[in-house]
Design a binder for this molecule. Structure first.
Ligand code: SAM
Length: 381
């Protein structure tokens, strides 16, 4: 089997989550750097990684890595790579470039030098003096970091957060990849009660239900590399068949989503159905201030409204006070809140957060406050 190196790119702060996902897929020799998780793979792993990775942004095929302090070094380094193994004679290709903390900083120049070098390589390899560029599409990424150029081909196309189920987005939806990470960073397991009292379009709960049902998140979409002749169509077919067979039937999960906004709830119901988890989640319109909890054990994962855009100060203050009242004495509940509001821990007085993780939501710095609850006895939820 052809040996290749794949890179799962990640949002800041999610490297460890993606590393765990990569390892759970059976890959070994995993290397983690800021924003990327690199691993050795075979050709047929391209479909598997794209179909299954929940919290990664994209899956890139690593073509090579070399030092490049000058444009000549970049040109020669790019030209030396075996692009013809992947890009067909008619292949169309675009180059996205970036230079960080490097001598070569101009992304435009990086792009045009890289493009020229790939064109030269392909013209030689195919013995032509003109490339038609009418065939399958390839996106090359040329990223320079501290004068080291990493050249990749993007196997995903649209970012992996685009699962294909979200028809309704609500006011401030979370990226599906981030929502999946929030669930995976929590104590939630499919046999435990889960609620999101301000669920908006339902992203966190839909991702949880998909995890609970062992559903491959990419099963409802296509990927750029499906058009590449180098990957046999049978590999995609097999990976999809395996993913379908791995899915657990709709069962006994207890997942509940509430929101004050009637339209958001209607949208969440549609999204959950489209994701194939309509029967796994109960959505209901409800003000968080009316939330009544009588279960002793459970998990809350929520992305609170914040910022002047969404709520005024008085309303947010009310929400915090009632949320604190509801969960202050519920020691059996683990509470996970994602918010940009650094004042949140002052209002939620049950304890100090057990963990705080800095993340980014649509380029806004946010914190994921984690308050661990007592574990339920084995038979309880
Ligand atoms: C940041 S958004 C949640 C987005 C959600 N995670 C998603 O992916 O779509 C916050 C949500 O809180 C809801 N909300 C605001 N005030 C509320 C209240 N008093 N009770 C319940 N939900 C409320 C808003 O309608 C909004 O959908």
């Amino acid at each position: 089997m052809t040996s290749i190196t794949l890179i799962a790119t990640t949002a800041f702060g999610l490297e460890s989550v993606v590393k765990r996902e990569v390892s759970a897929l059976g890959f070994e020799n995993i290397r983690v750097q800021e924003g990327r998780v690199e691993f050795d793979a075979g050709l047929t792993d391209i479909p598997r990684a794209n179909l299954w990775l929940r919290s990664a942004d994209r899956v890139l095929l690593k073509m090579g890595e070399f030092e490049a302090r000058t444009f000549d070094e970049l040109f020669e380094g790019v030209r030396a790579l075996p692009w013809e193994n992947w890009i067909t004679r008619e292949g169309r290709f675009t180059v996205l470039g970036k230079g960080i903390k490097s001598q070569l900083g101009s992304f435009r120049a990086i792009q045009s030098i890289t493009k020229k070098a790939v064109v030269e390589r392909l013209k030689d390899a195919y013995r032509v003096d003109w490339l038609e560029e009418t065939g399958p599409e390839f996106t090359i990424r040329a990223s320079l970091l501290k004068d080291v150029a990493t050249l990749t081909l993007d196997t995903s196309g649209a970012g992996l957060h685009k699962r294909g189920y979200r028809a309704h987005t609500g006011v401030a939806p979370l990226k599906e990849t981030l929502a999946a990470a929030l669930v995976q960073l929590s104590f939630w397991r499919p046999d435990r009660l889960l609620i999101d009292p301000m669920c908006g379009s339902g992203t966190i709960l839909i991702e949880a239900a998909m995890i609970g049902r062992n559903m491959a998140p990419g099963l409802r979409r296509s990927f750029a590399s499906e058009e590449w002749p180098a990957i046999p169509a049978s590999a995609w077919h097999l990976a999809r068949e395996e993913a379908r067979a791995a899915m657990h039937p709709a069962g006994e999960m207890r997942i509940f989503g509430y929101d004050i906004d009637e339209e958001a709830i209607a949208g969440a119901i549609v999204n959950a159905k489209r994701a194939g988890v309509g029967k796994d989640i109960v959505f209901e319109q409800k003000d968080v201030r009316d939330l009544w909890i009588d279960q002793q054990y459970g998990i809350v994962i929520s992305n609170f409204p914040y910022g002047v855009k969404l709520l005024d100060y008085k309303e947010l203050n009310d929400i915090y006070i009632s949320f604190n009242k509801t969960f202050k004495k519920k020691k059996g509940w683990s509470v996970y809140v994602l918010t940009a509001d650094k004042m949140f821990p002052r209002y939620f007085k049950r304890s100090h957060p057990d963990r705080v993780r800095k993340l980014f939501n649509a380029n806004i710095e946010v914190n994921y406050y984690q308050y661990f609850g007592e574990r339920p006895p084995r038979t309880n939820g």
